[in-house]
Design a protein around this ligand. Sequence first.
Ligand code: CA
Length: 409
Amino acid sequence: MIRLPALAAALLACASASLVPVIAGAAPATPAADAPAFRAFVEALRPDAAARGVSRKTFEAALGAVRGPDPAVLARIRKQGEFGRPVWEYLVGAVSPGRIARGRARGAALADTLRAIEARTGIPGPVVLAFWGVESDFGASAGTVPTIRALATLAQAGHRGTLFRDELLAALQILERGDIAPERMSGSWAGAMGQVQFLPSTYLAHAVDFDGDGRRDIWTDDADALASIAGYLKDRGWNPALSWGYAVTLPEGFDLTRYAGDLSDFAARGVRRADGGALPGAGRASLFLPGGLGGPAFLITDNFEVIRAYNTSDAYALAVGHLADRIGGGPALTAPWPTAATRLDGAGLRGLQTGLAAEGLYQGEADGRAGPKLREAVRRYQIREGLPADGYATPALLARLQGRGGARP
Ligand code: CA
Protein backbone atom coordinates (compact mmCIF):
# COMPACT_ATOMS: atom_id res chain seq x y z
CA MET A 1 0.00 0.00 0.00
CA ILE A 2 1.40 3.31 -0.92
CA ARG A 3 1.18 6.24 1.37
CA LEU A 4 1.96 9.06 -0.98
CA PRO A 5 3.87 11.50 1.11
CA ALA A 6 3.31 14.92 -0.26
CA LEU A 7 1.11 15.98 -3.08
CA ALA A 8 2.14 19.35 -4.38
CA ALA A 9 -0.46 21.93 -3.68
CA ALA A 10 0.23 23.03 -7.21
CA LEU A 11 -1.19 19.79 -8.49
CA LEU A 12 -4.48 20.69 -6.88
CA ALA A 13 -4.89 23.27 -9.58
CA CYS A 14 -5.32 20.43 -12.05
CA ALA A 15 -8.76 18.99 -12.64
CA SER A 16 -7.45 15.61 -11.65
CA ALA A 17 -4.54 15.24 -9.37
CA SER A 18 -4.94 12.63 -6.73
CA LEU A 19 -2.94 9.72 -5.55
CA VAL A 20 -0.10 11.32 -7.41
CA PRO A 21 3.17 11.99 -5.66
CA VAL A 22 4.60 15.44 -5.69
CA ILE A 23 6.94 16.18 -8.52
CA ALA A 24 8.65 19.16 -7.11
CA GLY A 25 12.06 20.69 -7.33
CA ALA A 26 14.44 21.33 -10.12
CA ALA A 27 13.70 20.68 -13.75
CA PRO A 28 15.06 17.44 -15.15
CA ALA A 29 18.65 17.67 -16.27
CA THR A 30 17.81 16.26 -19.69
CA PRO A 31 14.67 17.98 -20.84
CA ALA A 32 15.19 17.21 -24.51
CA ALA A 33 13.84 13.97 -25.86
CA ASP A 34 16.59 11.40 -25.94
CA ALA A 35 15.13 8.49 -27.84
CA PRO A 36 18.10 6.05 -27.70
CA ALA A 37 18.49 6.51 -23.94
CA PHE A 38 14.73 6.17 -23.57
CA ARG A 39 14.66 2.93 -25.50
CA ALA A 40 17.58 1.61 -23.49
CA PHE A 41 15.66 2.43 -20.33
CA VAL A 42 12.62 0.59 -21.66
CA GLU A 43 14.64 -2.46 -22.70
CA ALA A 44 16.19 -2.64 -19.24
CA LEU A 45 12.71 -3.04 -17.75
CA ARG A 46 12.18 -6.43 -19.34
CA PRO A 47 13.58 -8.68 -16.56
CA ASP A 48 11.59 -6.90 -13.84
CA ALA A 49 8.46 -6.97 -15.97
CA ALA A 50 8.91 -10.68 -16.58
CA ALA A 51 9.41 -11.24 -12.85
CA ARG A 52 5.99 -9.67 -12.28
CA GLY A 53 4.41 -12.02 -14.76
CA VAL A 54 4.24 -9.61 -17.67
CA SER A 55 4.47 -11.54 -20.93
CA ARG A 56 6.60 -10.49 -23.87
CA LYS A 57 3.41 -9.99 -25.85
CA THR A 58 1.98 -7.56 -23.30
CA PHE A 59 5.29 -5.75 -23.00
CA GLU A 60 5.49 -5.27 -26.75
CA ALA A 61 1.88 -4.15 -27.03
CA ALA A 62 2.44 -1.56 -24.31
CA LEU A 63 5.91 -0.26 -25.04
CA GLY A 64 6.97 -1.60 -28.42
CA ALA A 65 5.75 1.46 -30.29
CA VAL A 66 6.79 4.03 -27.70
CA ARG A 67 9.95 5.44 -29.21
CA GLY A 68 10.67 8.35 -26.89
CA PRO A 69 9.47 10.33 -23.88
CA ASP A 70 6.25 12.33 -23.99
CA PRO A 71 7.33 15.96 -24.50
CA ALA A 72 4.11 17.25 -22.93
CA VAL A 73 4.85 15.29 -19.76
CA LEU A 74 8.40 16.65 -19.68
CA ALA A 75 6.99 20.16 -20.06
CA ARG A 76 4.64 19.58 -17.13
CA ILE A 77 7.49 18.37 -14.93
CA ARG A 78 9.36 21.59 -15.64
CA LYS A 79 6.34 23.68 -14.73
CA GLN A 80 6.12 22.24 -11.23
CA GLY A 81 7.18 24.24 -8.25
CA GLU A 82 4.58 26.97 -8.22
CA PHE A 83 2.77 27.24 -4.95
CA GLY A 84 -0.76 26.33 -4.22
CA ARG A 85 -3.72 28.52 -3.73
CA PRO A 86 -5.24 28.99 -0.28
CA VAL A 87 -7.89 26.58 0.87
CA TRP A 88 -10.78 28.89 0.11
CA GLU A 89 -9.73 29.62 -3.45
CA TYR A 90 -9.44 25.91 -4.04
CA LEU A 91 -12.88 25.35 -2.52
CA VAL A 92 -14.50 27.87 -4.85
CA GLY A 93 -13.35 25.90 -7.86
CA ALA A 94 -13.80 22.43 -6.44
CA VAL A 95 -17.23 22.98 -4.88
CA SER A 96 -18.88 25.15 -7.51
CA PRO A 97 -22.68 25.40 -7.84
CA GLY A 98 -22.46 23.58 -11.17
CA ARG A 99 -20.53 20.71 -9.65
CA ILE A 100 -22.95 20.42 -6.74
CA ALA A 101 -25.86 20.26 -9.20
CA ARG A 102 -24.11 17.68 -11.38
CA GLY A 103 -23.30 15.64 -8.30
CA ARG A 104 -26.91 15.60 -7.18
CA ALA A 105 -28.10 14.65 -10.68
CA ARG A 106 -25.55 11.86 -11.01
CA GLY A 107 -26.41 10.69 -7.51
CA ALA A 108 -30.08 10.43 -8.44
CA ALA A 109 -29.32 8.56 -11.65
CA LEU A 110 -26.99 6.13 -9.87
CA ALA A 111 -28.93 5.82 -6.63
CA ASP A 112 -29.29 2.03 -6.77
CA THR A 113 -25.59 1.54 -7.45
CA LEU A 114 -24.60 3.91 -4.66
CA ARG A 115 -26.90 2.18 -2.21
CA ALA A 116 -25.37 -1.18 -3.08
CA ILE A 117 -21.86 0.24 -2.68
CA GLU A 118 -22.73 1.70 0.70
CA ALA A 119 -24.18 -1.64 1.79
CA ARG A 120 -20.89 -3.33 0.88
CA THR A 121 -18.44 -0.74 2.15
CA GLY A 122 -20.19 1.63 4.53
CA ILE A 123 -19.17 4.63 2.45
CA PRO A 124 -22.10 7.04 1.93
CA GLY A 125 -23.07 7.90 -1.64
CA PRO A 126 -22.39 11.64 -1.33
CA VAL A 127 -18.82 10.94 -0.20
CA VAL A 128 -18.17 8.65 -3.16
CA LEU A 129 -19.74 11.20 -5.50
CA ALA A 130 -17.60 13.98 -4.05
CA PHE A 131 -14.35 12.13 -4.77
CA TRP A 132 -15.62 11.34 -8.27
CA GLY A 133 -16.51 14.99 -8.79
CA VAL A 134 -13.21 16.41 -7.60
CA GLU A 135 -11.10 13.77 -9.37
CA SER A 136 -12.72 13.79 -12.80
CA ASP A 137 -15.86 15.93 -12.70
CA PHE A 138 -17.94 12.75 -12.46
CA GLY A 139 -16.02 10.99 -15.18
CA ALA A 140 -16.16 13.83 -17.70
CA SER A 141 -12.47 14.73 -17.28
CA ALA A 142 -10.69 11.47 -16.71
CA GLY A 143 -7.61 12.59 -18.64
CA THR A 144 -6.46 11.59 -22.09
CA VAL A 145 -2.71 11.26 -21.61
CA PRO A 146 -1.53 7.72 -22.48
CA THR A 147 -0.53 6.28 -19.10
CA ILE A 148 2.24 3.94 -20.17
CA ARG A 149 4.18 6.59 -22.06
CA ALA A 150 3.63 9.15 -19.29
CA LEU A 151 4.92 6.76 -16.64
CA ALA A 152 7.87 5.73 -18.80
CA THR A 153 8.73 9.40 -19.28
CA LEU A 154 8.56 10.12 -15.55
CA ALA A 155 10.45 6.95 -14.71
CA GLN A 156 13.25 7.61 -17.14
CA ALA A 157 13.54 11.16 -15.84
CA GLY A 158 14.17 9.58 -12.45
CA HIS A 159 11.62 11.55 -10.47
CA ARG A 160 10.88 10.33 -6.98
CA GLY A 161 13.62 7.76 -7.25
CA THR A 162 12.19 4.50 -8.52
CA LEU A 163 8.57 5.30 -7.73
CA PHE A 164 7.46 5.85 -11.31
CA ARG A 165 9.46 2.87 -12.55
CA ASP A 166 7.52 0.74 -10.06
CA GLU A 167 4.28 2.35 -11.20
CA LEU A 168 5.14 1.58 -14.81
CA LEU A 169 5.70 -2.07 -13.93
CA ALA A 170 2.38 -2.09 -12.05
CA ALA A 171 0.69 -0.62 -15.13
CA LEU A 172 2.10 -3.47 -17.22
CA GLN A 173 0.62 -5.93 -14.72
CA ILE A 174 -2.79 -4.33 -15.22
CA LEU A 175 -2.44 -4.78 -18.97
CA GLU A 176 -1.35 -8.38 -18.46
CA ARG A 177 -4.53 -9.04 -16.47
CA GLY A 178 -6.60 -7.73 -19.37
CA ASP A 179 -8.47 -5.09 -17.38
CA ILE A 180 -7.93 -2.51 -20.10
CA ALA A 181 -6.38 -2.35 -23.57
CA PRO A 182 -3.09 -0.40 -23.77
CA GLU A 183 -4.53 2.25 -26.07
CA ARG A 184 -7.39 2.90 -23.63
CA MET A 185 -5.21 3.16 -20.53
CA SER A 186 -5.13 6.90 -20.02
CA GLY A 187 -5.27 9.59 -17.38
CA SER A 188 -3.28 12.53 -16.13
CA TRP A 189 0.22 13.48 -17.20
CA ALA A 190 1.44 12.26 -13.80
CA GLY A 191 0.20 8.72 -14.29
CA ALA A 192 -3.08 8.87 -12.37
CA MET A 193 -5.62 6.82 -14.26
CA GLY A 194 -9.23 7.11 -15.27
CA GLN A 195 -12.22 8.54 -13.47
CA VAL A 196 -10.76 7.88 -10.03
CA GLN A 197 -7.17 8.94 -10.74
CA PHE A 198 -5.53 5.89 -9.21
CA LEU A 199 -1.87 5.28 -9.75
CA PRO A 200 -1.33 1.73 -11.04
CA SER A 201 -0.16 0.31 -7.69
CA THR A 202 -3.24 1.76 -6.01
CA TYR A 203 -5.37 0.26 -8.74
CA LEU A 204 -3.85 -3.19 -8.23
CA ALA A 205 -4.51 -3.01 -4.49
CA HIS A 206 -7.94 -1.38 -4.39
CA ALA A 207 -9.84 -1.23 -7.70
CA VAL A 208 -13.15 -3.09 -7.76
CA ASP A 209 -15.06 -4.93 -10.50
CA PHE A 210 -18.53 -3.93 -9.38
CA ASP A 211 -20.53 -5.30 -12.31
CA GLY A 212 -18.70 -8.62 -12.31
CA ASP A 213 -17.67 -8.61 -15.97
CA GLY A 214 -14.13 -9.62 -15.04
CA ARG A 215 -12.57 -6.21 -15.67
CA ARG A 216 -12.00 -3.39 -13.23
CA ASP A 217 -12.87 -0.58 -15.58
CA ILE A 218 -12.22 2.75 -13.87
CA TRP A 219 -12.02 4.41 -17.28
CA THR A 220 -15.50 4.00 -18.72
CA ASP A 221 -17.63 2.07 -16.23
CA ASP A 222 -19.29 4.39 -13.71
CA ALA A 223 -20.14 1.62 -11.26
CA ASP A 224 -16.62 0.20 -11.27
CA ALA A 225 -15.24 3.71 -10.74
CA LEU A 226 -17.56 4.45 -7.81
CA ALA A 227 -17.00 1.06 -6.20
CA SER A 228 -13.24 1.51 -6.56
CA ILE A 229 -13.35 4.84 -4.73
CA ALA A 230 -15.39 3.28 -1.95
CA GLY A 231 -13.14 0.23 -1.85
CA TYR A 232 -10.10 2.43 -1.38
CA LEU A 233 -11.73 4.38 1.46
CA LYS A 234 -12.89 1.19 3.19
CA ASP A 235 -9.42 -0.30 2.89
CA ARG A 236 -7.94 2.84 4.41
CA GLY A 237 -10.17 2.52 7.45
CA TRP A 238 -13.14 4.81 6.87
CA ASN A 239 -15.39 4.73 9.94
CA PRO A 240 -19.03 4.57 8.74
CA ALA A 241 -20.29 5.76 12.12
CA LEU A 242 -18.87 9.22 11.53
CA SER A 243 -18.85 11.83 8.84
CA TRP A 244 -15.56 13.18 7.44
CA GLY A 245 -16.20 16.13 9.69
CA TYR A 246 -18.90 18.62 10.56
CA ALA A 247 -19.24 22.30 9.71
CA VAL A 248 -19.93 23.88 13.09
CA THR A 249 -20.47 27.12 14.93
CA LEU A 250 -18.56 27.88 18.11
CA PRO A 251 -20.12 29.47 21.17
CA GLU A 252 -18.94 32.84 22.37
CA GLY A 253 -15.73 32.54 24.36
CA PHE A 254 -14.99 28.98 23.31
CA ASP A 255 -11.78 27.70 24.90
CA LEU A 256 -9.52 27.13 21.89
CA THR A 257 -6.81 25.49 23.97
CA ARG A 258 -9.05 22.40 24.19
CA TYR A 259 -9.21 21.73 20.47
CA ALA A 260 -9.24 17.93 20.42
CA GLY A 261 -11.55 15.53 22.18
CA ASP A 262 -14.73 13.57 21.94
CA LEU A 263 -17.64 14.83 19.87
CA SER A 264 -19.91 14.54 22.90
CA ASP A 265 -17.54 16.84 24.79
CA PHE A 266 -17.61 19.43 22.01
CA ALA A 267 -21.42 19.25 22.03
CA ALA A 268 -21.45 19.74 25.80
CA ARG A 269 -19.26 22.81 25.35
CA GLY A 270 -21.79 24.41 23.04
CA VAL A 271 -20.43 23.52 19.61
CA ARG A 272 -23.31 23.13 17.16
CA ARG A 273 -23.54 21.73 13.66
CA ALA A 274 -24.08 24.40 11.04
CA ASP A 275 -26.82 22.37 9.36
CA GLY A 276 -28.77 22.07 12.62
CA GLY A 277 -28.24 18.32 12.94
CA ALA A 278 -27.02 16.63 16.09
CA LEU A 279 -23.39 15.68 16.58
CA PRO A 280 -22.85 11.94 17.05
CA GLY A 281 -22.77 10.83 20.64
CA ALA A 282 -19.21 9.58 20.46
CA GLY A 283 -16.15 9.78 18.26
CA ARG A 284 -12.78 11.48 18.29
CA ALA A 285 -12.59 14.88 16.62
CA SER A 286 -10.52 18.02 16.49
CA LEU A 287 -11.34 21.58 15.71
CA PHE A 288 -10.16 22.77 12.29
CA LEU A 289 -10.21 26.48 11.52
CA PRO A 290 -8.65 26.60 8.04
CA GLY A 291 -9.02 30.39 7.85
CA GLY A 292 -8.51 31.15 11.52
CA LEU A 293 -10.94 32.16 14.23
CA GLY A 294 -13.95 33.93 12.73
CA GLY A 295 -13.84 31.92 9.51
CA PRO A 296 -15.56 28.64 8.76
CA ALA A 297 -15.14 26.11 11.56
CA PHE A 298 -15.12 22.33 11.36
CA LEU A 299 -14.83 19.39 13.67
CA ILE A 300 -12.82 16.84 11.70
CA THR A 301 -12.81 13.13 12.49
CA ASP A 302 -10.33 10.38 11.69
CA ASN A 303 -12.11 10.06 8.34
CA PHE A 304 -10.54 13.37 7.37
CA GLU A 305 -7.19 11.58 7.46
CA VAL A 306 -8.66 8.84 5.25
CA ILE A 307 -9.50 11.49 2.67
CA ARG A 308 -5.96 12.81 3.00
CA ALA A 309 -4.68 9.32 2.22
CA TYR A 310 -6.27 9.73 -1.21
CA ASN A 311 -4.57 13.08 -1.57
CA THR A 312 -2.34 14.54 1.12
CA SER A 313 -3.79 18.01 1.30
CA ASP A 314 -6.04 19.84 3.73
CA ALA A 315 -7.57 21.83 0.88
CA TYR A 316 -8.37 18.67 -1.02
CA ALA A 317 -9.83 16.92 2.00
CA LEU A 318 -11.96 19.89 2.92
CA ALA A 319 -13.19 20.24 -0.66
CA VAL A 320 -14.19 16.58 -0.83
CA GLY A 321 -15.89 16.73 2.55
CA HIS A 322 -17.74 19.93 1.88
CA LEU A 323 -18.78 18.81 -1.62
CA ALA A 324 -20.17 15.62 -0.07
CA ASP A 325 -22.15 17.72 2.39
CA ARG A 326 -23.51 19.95 -0.39
CA ILE A 327 -24.41 17.02 -2.64
CA GLY A 328 -26.20 15.52 0.37
CA GLY A 329 -28.24 18.70 0.77
CA GLY A 330 -26.13 20.52 3.35
CA PRO A 331 -25.84 24.32 3.48
CA ALA A 332 -23.11 26.51 2.03
CA LEU A 333 -20.42 27.92 4.30
CA THR A 334 -21.33 31.40 5.47
CA ALA A 335 -18.50 32.57 7.74
CA PRO A 336 -16.00 34.80 5.93
CA TRP A 337 -12.60 33.59 4.75
CA PRO A 338 -9.43 35.62 5.38
CA THR A 339 -8.18 38.20 2.98
CA ALA A 340 -4.83 38.05 1.23
CA ALA A 341 -3.26 40.17 3.97
CA THR A 342 -3.82 37.50 6.59
CA ARG A 343 -2.42 34.45 4.91
CA LEU A 344 1.12 33.14 4.49
CA ASP A 345 2.43 31.98 1.14
CA GLY A 346 4.72 28.98 0.72
CA ALA A 347 7.85 30.92 1.63
CA GLY A 348 6.11 32.28 4.71
CA LEU A 349 5.03 28.82 5.77
CA ARG A 350 8.58 27.55 5.35
CA GLY A 351 9.83 30.41 7.51
CA LEU A 352 7.22 29.54 10.09
CA GLN A 353 8.20 25.88 10.10
CA THR A 354 11.86 26.80 10.52
CA GLY A 355 11.06 29.20 13.34
CA LEU A 356 8.79 26.75 15.14
CA ALA A 357 11.43 24.03 14.77
CA ALA A 358 14.00 26.34 16.39
CA GLU A 359 11.58 26.78 19.28
CA GLY A 360 11.30 23.02 19.61
CA LEU A 361 7.65 23.06 18.62
CA TYR A 362 7.77 21.56 15.14
CA GLN A 363 9.42 18.35 14.04
CA GLY A 364 9.10 17.93 10.33
CA GLU A 365 10.29 19.16 7.00
CA ALA A 366 10.26 22.87 6.25
CA ASP A 367 8.30 22.15 3.09
CA GLY A 368 5.94 25.10 3.10
CA ARG A 369 2.91 22.88 3.38
CA ALA A 370 0.14 23.41 5.87
CA GLY A 371 -1.15 20.28 7.53
CA PRO A 372 -1.89 18.65 10.86
CA LYS A 373 1.71 18.78 12.09
CA LEU A 374 2.15 22.47 11.40
CA ARG A 375 -1.31 23.23 12.79
CA GLU A 376 -0.40 21.46 16.03
CA ALA A 377 2.88 23.36 16.28
CA VAL A 378 1.17 26.70 15.65
CA ARG A 379 -1.35 25.93 18.38
CA ARG A 380 1.35 25.05 20.86
CA TYR A 381 3.12 28.30 20.06
CA GLN A 382 -0.11 30.28 20.36
CA ILE A 383 -0.92 28.69 23.71
CA ARG A 384 2.58 29.42 24.98
CA GLU A 385 2.25 33.04 23.88
CA GLY A 386 -1.24 33.45 25.28
CA LEU A 387 -2.74 33.96 21.81
CA PRO A 388 -6.06 32.52 20.58
CA ALA A 389 -5.08 28.97 19.68
CA ASP A 390 -6.80 28.65 16.33
CA GLY A 391 -3.85 26.93 14.63
CA TYR A 392 -3.96 29.42 11.78
CA ALA A 393 -0.68 30.93 10.71
CA THR A 394 -0.76 34.60 9.78
CA PRO A 395 2.03 37.00 8.72
CA ALA A 396 1.68 38.65 12.14
CA LEU A 397 2.36 35.34 13.84
CA LEU A 398 5.43 34.78 11.67
CA ALA A 399 6.72 38.27 12.48
CA ARG A 400 6.25 37.65 16.17
CA LEU A 401 8.05 34.33 15.95
CA GLN A 402 10.96 35.74 13.95
CA GLY A 403 11.15 38.76 16.25
CA ARG A 404 12.15 36.49 19.07
CA GLY A 405 14.93 35.30 16.80
CA GLY A 406 16.31 32.60 19.09
CA ALA A 407 16.97 35.06 21.91
CA ARG A 408 14.84 32.90 24.08
CA PRO A 409 16.92 31.58 26.97
CA1 CA B 1 -16.28 -4.35 -14.43
